[in-house]
Design a protein around this ligand. Sequence first.
Ligand code: SIN
Length: 342
Amino acid sequence: MNKIYEKTIRALFFKFDPEKGHEIVKKFARFPIPTFCRDTTELNVRIKNYKLRNPVGLAAGFDKDAKMISLLSSLGFGYLVIGSVLKQESMGNPKPRIVRYENEQSMVNSMGLPSVGIDKFVKNYLDSIIRTDIFISIAGNTLKEFIDIYKIVKKLTPFIELNLSCPNTENGMLFQDADNFETLAENVSKLKDGIIFVKVSPVINRKDAENLITIVELCKKFNIDGITAVNALPVKEKSISVGYGGLSGKKIFNFMLNTINLIKEYSNDKLILNACGGIFNSEDAFKALILGASTVQVYTSLIYKGPCITCEIKKGINVLLKKNGFKNLEEVIGYKSKLSNK
Ligand code: SIN
């Protein structure tokens, strides 16, 4: 199926500017389609008191404005991360702001958090036909913005992801600084209903690692439930209008695994992890799950491999479960650390 997608739809879309292709999909995405991709109970994932039907999520950024939920929720995902949404409408960075590295199945984007703003987002959300669990990703330039949006979105879904790590705006990473994060975590935790994740950047050096370890400690202290690792990796890119952006896709897979490993080491099994970055198939997903991720998120691989990727990853995980003698996904999650504690 992937090959058919690659030779037809992808071949056509890749003739356009990357954003144009996305705009075309958006136009057709207001309606659901029949779902052919069924879930088996072996793939259910527990997130505290909630149950996701399977561990394959769509990462934030694909549907920033909640305009495509009806279509996306028909594609077999265990959950969709919608957003990131900002409080006010924002145009984002000037175009061009996406470049594909086709040979490496990767891309760089510098969207700069374009958003319709929270009011239109809520309207789009409420107009959608929702067939899977929804996480909402929120971003803010100030503490007040984060808090104001949180108060609104927590009424829509129990699953909220705080985006601390957008590499493409002036304030996109402000709250990843440990002191700022402490203030945010403390304030959000006072209002907390449901589940809160924070999304962090890939760790590339010792300073990043130390900062992330502090964030992990603060999550535990302030009852933040989990971490999504990782956001796109900040890089320079001349063909993008602002000259920089976030790298995603296969090229960041190992950064993702290392970051998941580090968080797992310091989380004392108190945090739920979502792995995001370069996951293209069930083997990739299995590696992240064994390290301790409860779910995996895809984005760039959806563009390169097409909508069948969800079913293919799920089927492949089922095969890997059987082949490796696991009864269900719950036995796989964090298996590596369970082994080393024996
Ligand atoms: C963007 O809008 O620039 C991407 C969002 C993100 O990477 O957090």
